[in-house]
Ligand binder design. Sequence first.
Ligand code: FAD
Ligand code: NAD
Length: 480
Amino acid sequence: MAGDQPRRVPLVVLGGGPGGYPAAFAAADSGLEVLVVDEGDGPGGTCLQSGCIPSKALLHVARVISEAADVSAAGVAYGPPSIDLTRLRAWKDGVVAALGGGVAQLAEARSVEWVQARGVLRDAHTLELSSPAGETSLLGFDRLVLATGSRPAWPAALLSDSPLVMDSTAALDLPDVPEKLLVVGGGYIGLELGTVYASLGSRVSVVEMTDGLLPGADRDLVKPLARRLSDRFESIRLRTSVQSLSAESDGVVATLGSDPGEPEEVRYDRVLVAVGRLPNSDRLGLSEAGIEVDEAGRVVVDRSGRTSVEHVFAIGDVCVGPMLAHRATADARRVVAALGGHEPSQGDGRPDLVPAVVFTDPELAWCGLTETEAKAAGRAVTVSRVPWVASGRAHSMGRSDGLTKLLCDPDSGRVLGAGMVGVGAGELIAEAVLAITAGLTASQVAAAIHAHPTLSETLSEAAEHSEGRAIHLLPRRPRK
Ligand code: FAD
Ligand code: NAD
């Protein structure tokens, strides 16, 4: 290596997740020569390899199991499911492999070079690459997009060498179906993977340190979910944290502390720790390259995704903003536009326009302003709620345990926020996202004819209700 001039390419994307690979593809489509460096052994990053996709594959199976059980209310009874864990694991891995193959093909078809290596910045124009075989080389670049994502956070009290103490990646490998599973953290991962294991037969206990599940969501949306989960899970303990974990050969003893109350020792067969994620910004050589990070280690970027170093950009989980795949992809588009010299447009990079979906049963989704945020800011809004007991479709599915709500500006009628809980809420939120992003008013949403009987009618009814003219709800006076 010494004495040789390193190879230099116009654009390197470091990380090939839902931020990195769309950035590379969009850059290639705009005529740039681009090389992706990713240390993983498959494309797609956390999302495809150990996040969104495998978890949603397993949640699909969980939903089928619970729907098969629920239909007994209509007189159709199936026996308890017989679960072949080896086949389930292989099926889930097949879903990941098929999508990974698709991404690899698209990269090849676009002549995007993909290098499997770990990259660390040596200076503002050079990466040192370490291949899985341990070989190192230098790679120079004119411009760089950092898309290195995030990894599970792990509080010191929960550190353990035992394979019985799992992070989300280990839990998605389905090592077995533990009889008793402790889930630490009542957020996205804890509730989604808790749902998977509960449906496979585990007795799931969740401990959450705050006073409610999914702290970022409005409480009226969380309520129907919490109600159903309290039937499905063995226990949900709020204001509780795990003070220590002591691993034994065939189980783990957790010391649970809640205030008020004495610490309590409980034995579980496995533990899943899901208490948030940390940006992969350390051990990257960022300071050597002069790239600024905030106190939480997140790369600081401007509205076009540019870091404190002019020719280096950052996208996705590694920088400030919601740690969601579609947000990383949206960042990628914005950064490629900036690489082409385009200024970000109004609304670009606004975190409130990133929809959030929790794929539990029922699903919970929201976008734009939340009611909690409106209250905290003292902002007047018209809130219209449509409980799904008013929906013919929800009843015909035996699932009226839902709620759709809209937050509108009381003067202009513009839709500012939307929240939904219920079966399929993750799909339904898309229409609200469009309304909020396009600046539509409640009247405009209501004027669009929604097919009957569909759950989407709950959105048009919420829009009508905000103007006091919903058919299936009594008229209301707009509340300010
Ligand atoms: P990542 O997907 O983390 O990709 C980063 C890539 O960079 C990785 O491939 C990594 O190998 C590579 N890398 C890191 N450091 C280096 C280095 N030094 N050198 C070379 N390569 C490097 N989000 C959703 O929107 N919907 C969901 O349903 C959802 N479900 C999830 C379920 C789970 C269990 C988890 C853990 C996450 C989930 N997420 C979901 C979050 C989502 O996975 C992330 O927000 C998303 O993957 C972030 O994309 P990214 O491109 O920023 O980073
Ligand atoms: P999270 O932030 O969603 O939830 C973590 C929860 O753990 C919080 O409720 C927090 O109060 C609690 N907590 C923190 N420390 C604790 C402790 N010591 N004891 C008990 N509870 C504790 O984080 P996550 O579930 O790990 O997921 C990480 C991120 O990945 C999410 O924030 C989200 O951005 C992304 N994700 C998204 C999806 C999706 O889009 N459907 C699914 C999974 C993950």
